[in-house]
Design a binder for this molecule. Sequence first.
Ligand code: NAD
Ligand code: MG
Length: 390
Amino acid sequence: MKGICILGSTGSIGVSTLDVVARHPDRYRVVALTANGNIDRLFEQCREHRPRYAVVIRDEVAADLRERLAAAGLGDIDVLAGAEALERVAALPEVDSVMAAIVGAAGLLPTLAAAKAGKDVLLANKEALVMSGQLFMAEVVRSGARLLPIDSEHNAVFQCMPADYRAGTRAVGVRRILLTASGGPFLNKPLAELESVTPEQAVAHPNWVMGRKISVDSATMMNKGLEVIEACLLFDADPDDVQVVVHRQSVIHSMVDYVDGTVLAQMGTPDMRIPIAHALAWPQRFDSGAEPLDLFGVQQLNFERPDLERFPCLRLAYEAVRAGGTAPAILNAANEVAVAAFLDHGLPFSAIPRVIEHCMEVVATGPADSIEAVLQADEETRKVAQKYIT
Ligand code: NAD
Ligand code: MG
């Protein structure tokens, strides 16, 4: 029986994780659930999964949740408040696996705490890895943590690696990593119309249902850009050896191209419970609840090169990973600010890459040799981005 902590349990990945965990009560016990918003959902999750701890960010929300749990006869669930409490529950001795599913930079310190404590880190929160890069990977090696990618593409690559593969190492015989991308909702939209697309149009992804931030990232293809950086770190790959392949159907979730000409692909329905179940059961397999793949229904698989003019965010991400140091943290922070402003109707869709490019020009890149340096780059970039937007 393994203990699990789910950072960001009320989000899209958090909910899918609890769905898979509930199918295997003999394998997993929920130790801690954490959330920022959506306290009604957190309350329901506490009722159903009976964690030992529930963590929220604000004190008044914690007081409210405590009261509701007590009234429901669940006063034995410890309700903690504050960002530090996230780090505490991620490192608890009774926790074996941590699902890192907070969105954005807010997930960095708790995810890092899980890595430092040597947990099985199930990594969905790609922004945390993009920001902290080699620092994060070094902690994983030092502590002996096991890093299991949840992002469907990286989970697919991981599955196509040799059987004894450990994330962070370069596998012998790998030539290229082929990261598939659906292209999002605006793959074929006339460029002139992109200026006026609304948040509602941008979050309507053709194949996946996800949180709002990653949905906008999919529409700009910054999501794929962050994933290129994520792949360089997870698989110790050179940016030139990570090829983005636009694949509309989202059936192949990514591929590994070996030096002998073999290409291994992982396929399945677009359902995040598949990579989640893979990482939870690893190195075994168990039921995820996902529908089996119906290839006769799919019929066709198409592949295209990405268009870097239509999707400048993807170009900027390649530039950031090549620049190294704090450049990926700067890219990420600028993107988070720009996406939040767009979702708030305060920035046109097509201005998102302009905000990021401006920040990358203005904020000086330094070595990412400490978490403080990374957090400082993040903070400075947020200020520059805000100023540019307003
Ligand atoms: P979401 O917005 O649905 O959920 C985010 C979770 O984080 C929620 O529980 C929220 O309460 C919590 N949270 C938000 N801000 C917080 C803060 N400041 N402090 C503490 N907690 C906070 O997002 P999601 O779609 O589940 O994505 C989560 C992560 O997984 C992202 O990094 C995303 O890129 C990655 N991911 C998601 C998918 C997907 O299908 N949804 C696929 C691949 C990767
Ligand atoms: Mg992905």
